[in-house]
Design a binder for this molecule. Structure first.
Ligand code: FDA
Length: 298
């Protein structure tokens, strides 16, 4: 992030919550499960599939993980009942990873079992680098029992090359993204060109190894590289999918759908919309400029 962008991002805590809320509307389905279901139905009508995330994160008490599990169970039931095309995305910290890993594993087993029984699939989101090893370990433990469970690899992490070699050999279900958290340089590449090159290398390793990959990016050069690889490897459309965030580059989304690729949109919803919005905004200070303009206009 450039110095100017860092400066812009540092103004965020002073932007009124209501302004962030109004601006976040396009990135978040809304506070309730009904909102999420409405957005998923709209996406399905446009030919996109979805993955739904119940916004939570950073528990203060382990008991809050029970509520997160209940919200996910309710979500899985609604998806099955209303026959929409959507999977589940979950952050392990919302289920207690950093408070009590044993409780987190137990909750994840229940969640994966509920998804399996409903014919659904779970992807474990990847959080900051303090969670990477624990997330991959828990993912592997779950996968013995639930072969459909997937997780995420972040191309900005220096360790990802080694992780991907092992995951590709396991024919894992992987969402590949650049990575959203601000990490120290010894842990993550800072140079956007290196992150892109690494993304393409990791994607090639995963696809060549026969993993199912969710290619999660709005960066058109990466989409171009992915399409080139898909062609070169003569992959069937069922071997991969593209993934994008709700509210980001709907035009690129349409281009990929019209070309016949499976396209999944990440749909966050829930009461904890503020932390999610702040992260998205810090990641992309270009949008912060718009938020500030919005604030002064109103
Ligand atoms: P880049 O950031 O370069 O964006 C490319 C272009 O897309 C930009 O120029 C801009 O136009 C547009 N764009 C990108 N983000 C935007 C935004 N928020 N608002 C408006 N425009 C935007 N990360 C992580 O660490 N763990 C995870 O589990 C996940 N999960 C995940 C799921 C899915 C489906 C997606 C698409 C992404 C994630 N991410 C994630 C986030 C990911 O790591 C990354 O931060 C964002 O996708 C942005 O990176 P791009 O590859 O899109 O490139």
């Amino acid at each position: 992030m450039s110095l100017v962008n860092r400066l812009i991002a540092s103004t965020l805590p002073f932007v009124p919550r209501a302004v962030i809320g109004r601006f976040s509307e396009r990135y978040i389905a809304g506070p309730s499960l009904d909102d999420a279901m409405r957005v998923v139905k709209e996406l399905n009508q446009t030919g996109a599939v979805a993955t739904v995330d119940v916004l939570g994160e950073h528990l203060t008490r382990i008991e809050e993980a029970d509520q997160a599990l209940r919200s996910y169970e309710e979500l899985i039931a609604r998806i099955a009942r209303e026959r929409v095309d959507a999977t589940i995305s979950v952050k392990l910290t919302a289920l207690g990873l950093q408070k009590d890993p044993a409780v987190c594993f137990d909750h994840m087993r229940k969640l994966c079992a509920a998804a399996r029984d409903a014919g659904n699939l779970v992807t474990i989101d990847m959080e900051d680098s303090s969670c990477t090893t624990a997330t991959l370990d828990l993912y592997r433990k779950l996968r013995r029992e639930f072969p459909g469970v997937g997780t995420v690899i972040q191309a900005y992490l220096r360790r990802s090359k080694a992780d991907v070699v092992t995951l590709a050999a396991e024919k894992a279900h992987i969402r590949l993204c650049k990575g959203i958290y601000i990490e120290p340089r010894p842990i993550a590449y800072r140079d956007p060109d290196i992150v892109r090159a690494n993304f393409t290398d990791l994607l090639a390793t995963l696809l060549r190894g026969g993993s199912y990959v969710g290619i999660a990016t709005h960066d058109e050069i990466l989409v171009w590289h992915a399409l080139r690889l898909i062609d070169e490897l003569e992959l069937d459309r069922s071997a991969y999918e593209f993934q994008m965030l709700l509210g980001v580059d709907e035009e690129l989304r349409r281009i990929l759908i019209n070309a016949g690729h499976r396209l999944r949109v990440y749909v966050p919803y829930g009461a904890h919309w503020y932390a999610y919005s702040m992260r998205r905004l810090k990641e992309n200070p270009n949008i912060v400029g718009h938020v500030l303009k919005h604030m002064f206009r109103n």
